[in-house]
Design a protein around this ligand. Structure first.
Ligand SMILES: NC(=O)c1ccc[n+]([C@@H]2O[C@H](COP(=O)([O-])OP(=O)(O)OC[C@H]3O[C@@H](n4cnc5c(N)ncnc54)[C@H](OP(=O)(O)O)[C@@H]3O)[C@@H](O)[C@H]2O)c1
Length: 264
């Protein structure tokens, strides 16, 4: 267990659907949240929801090396120093791979994978100073089961899962935990109308961000290494690990639907 009360938590993606719900849940657990996103006005509006000092807005584009370095420097200057880093930002990228541009793919890798690598690397010294600390990556079902129409996005989430798994094993004999916690489809602005339409046709369930945030914060407090929210996603992710051919065959009939919605 890791008590969140009194801790300084760095939260990326704080202005997003799941991120804003995480702010509510973390502040309810008496943590102080450093809220990161690109949009200063959205972060300022978020800060006004809470008693002064509970949410510190920090505007930064995590796809930029300079902004990432600034976030790390500002985090190191905070007292108490941060002991929990939650990576809840990401870019979505639904579409046919061959129709995605080089620039789009580079930005996706930079935001979803290079930024987490850089932030974790830069914040390790301050996290390690605490007897108990945590790095939490918000993953996705697509970090365990790659889906057509989401190939590049899945690659970033698989990469993130590999990073967290490797680090969890590298720091297994310390008080620093690495957690990979995966929501399934959730009702936020992350999903375009094309993704919503595909989900409806495939009868994919969509969760409420507040419910997702409550499960994530509980898993953080419990120090759970891994979490996949939802059935049948939990089952599919495991089946994909053990028998990927079965999942290949079950997704094959859905390809025409994916192509219909993914075509730009
Ligand atoms: N929604 C889903 O269906 C779903 C399902 C599974 C997993 N997830 C994962 O859950 C996490 C949160 O998703 P969400 O649904 O809350 O998404 P969202 O509502 O679209 O929010 C995305 C957040 O990421 C931030 N962000 C994006 N690019 C950034 C950049 N370059 N620099 C700094 N911040 C950036 C956005 O802030 P600004 O735009 O203000 O910069 C926003 O706060 C993501 O990791 C996502 O992969 C979502």
């Amino acid at each position: 267990m890791i008590a969140l009360a009194g801790r300084t938590v760095i939260l990326t993606g704080a202005s997003g659907g799941i991120g804003a719900a995480l702010c509510d849940a973390l502040i309810a657990a008496q943590a102080r949240v450093v809220a990161i996103g690109r949009d200063e006005a959205r972060l300022a509006a978020l800060a006004r929801k809470y008693p002064e000092g509970q949410l510190l807005p920090l505007a930064a584009d995590l796809g930029s090396d300079r902004d990432r370095d600034r976030v790390i420097a500002e985090a190191a200057a905070l007292r108490p120093t941060p002991s929990v880093l939650i990576l809840a930002h990401a870019q979505s990228a639904f579409g046919l791979f061959e129709e995605q541009s080089d620039a789009q793919l580079r930005a996706l890798i930079e935001t979803n994978l290079t930024a987490p690598l850089g932030l974790i690397h830069g914040m390790l010294p301050m996290l390690k100073r605490h007897e108990q600390a945590a790095v939490v990556a918000i993953g996705s079902t697509f970090g365990s089961l790659a889906f057509p129409g989401f190939a590049a996005y899945s690659a970033t989430k698989f990469g993130l899962r590999g990073l967290i798994e490797g680090l969890a094993r590298e720091y297994a004999d310390t008080g620093l935990r690495f957690q990979f916690l995966s929501p399934r489809a959730t009702r936020t602005g992350f999903n375009t109308s094309a993704v919503d339409a595909l989900n409806r046709e495939l009868k994919v369930a969509q969760d409420d961000p507040a419910d997702v945030a409550a499960q994530l914060v509980e898993a953080i407090a419990q120090g759970r290494r891994r979490l996949q929210i939802g059935w049948p996603e939990k089952l599919f992710a495991r089946v994909n690990g053990a028998w990927p051919g079965l999942v290949d065959r079950s997704l094959r009939p859905q390809l025409s639907l994916v192509r219909k919605h993914a075509r730009s």
